[in-house]
Design a binder for this molecule. Structure first.
Ligand code: CTP
Ligand code: MG
Length: 226
């Protein structure tokens, strides 16, 4: 029973700015993509990896994997116009026998092994999907045309990250329909009645969105290297 990881790296990184896709933004002298790829390759929980690359950046993506010696990368494919389309393209590369699929954002470079273990153990316990989540520190309000219409009960809210793990056929079914409006893979599975659980996330799984996020992750990496 094997577990495949789909590393989605095909976004443009518009909010980060810069002259290249976010996956190739420099992080301590290496492309951002290298961090999560290296961690997935080293993980005892992952058997094979599909990299979903930005259009025109397939060759550089293959080179990153080769230079790192990431032998688990079995395919590198070109992404689609949205994250969900990119996931669908990546998942299509996983062979039919695969038991579980983990989807991870290349934009979250620091990937703790304990979180991979957490989401995959949950599948072993019978869940269709598992996502890492953190409690929400701020009060969240729903606003319509400048007016607050609802204050959400904070105790019930979690901020969800990746890696997200799914029983392979469940994820394939969820991706078969219209994915245009999807937030994350888990929401597609939930919408079809799949049972998804939340396991402890990690603040280091911060998604690099803006330049200041890159700077913050860089300081964490520097601290780890000491
Ligand atoms: N992603 C992808 N294909 C897309 C869009 C996003 O593979 N068409 C990936 C990104 O590469 C990233 C993850 O999905 O690893 C989360 O997306 P996000 O943080 O929004 O990255 P970008 O879309 O690149 O950034 P922006 O929205 O600022 O352009
Ligand atoms: Mg985006």
């Amino acid at each position: 029973m094997s577990t495949w990881a789909v590393l989605v790296a095909a976004g443009r990184g518009e909010r980060l700015g810069g002259d290249r896709p976010k996956a190739f933004a420099a992080l301590r002298g290496r492309p951002l993509l290298a961090e999560s790829l290296e961690r997935l390759d080293a993980s005892g929980w992952i058997d094979a990896i599909v990299v979903v690359a930005p259009e025109g950046w397939e060759e550089p993506s293959i080179l990153v994997a080769e230079e790192l010696g990431c032998g688990k990368v079995l395919a590198t494919v070109t992404g689609g116009p949205s994250r969900a389309e990119s996931v669908r393209i990546g998942v299509a590369e996983a062979d039919g026998e695969v038991a579980a699929i983990v989807v991870h954002d290349a934009a979250r470079p620091l990937l703790p092994e304990a979180v991979l273990e957490g989401v995959l153990r949950a599948l072993g316990e019978g869940w269709d999907g598992a996502v890492p989540g953190l409690p929400v520190a701020d009060t969240i309000k729903r606003v319509e045309r400048e007016q607050v219409v609802e204050t959400l009960p904070r105790a019930e809210l979690v901020a969800v990250q990746t890696p997200q793990a799914f029983v392979a056929p469940v994820l394939r079914d969820a991706l078969a329909g219209d994915v245009a409006a999807a937030n994350d893979c888990a929401s597609l599975v939930e919408a079809r009645g799949g049972r998804v659980t939340v396991v402890p996330g990690d603040s280091r799984l911060l998604k690099v969105t803006k330049p200041e996020d890159l700077a913050l992750v860089e300081t964490w990496l520097a601290a780890e290297a000491q």
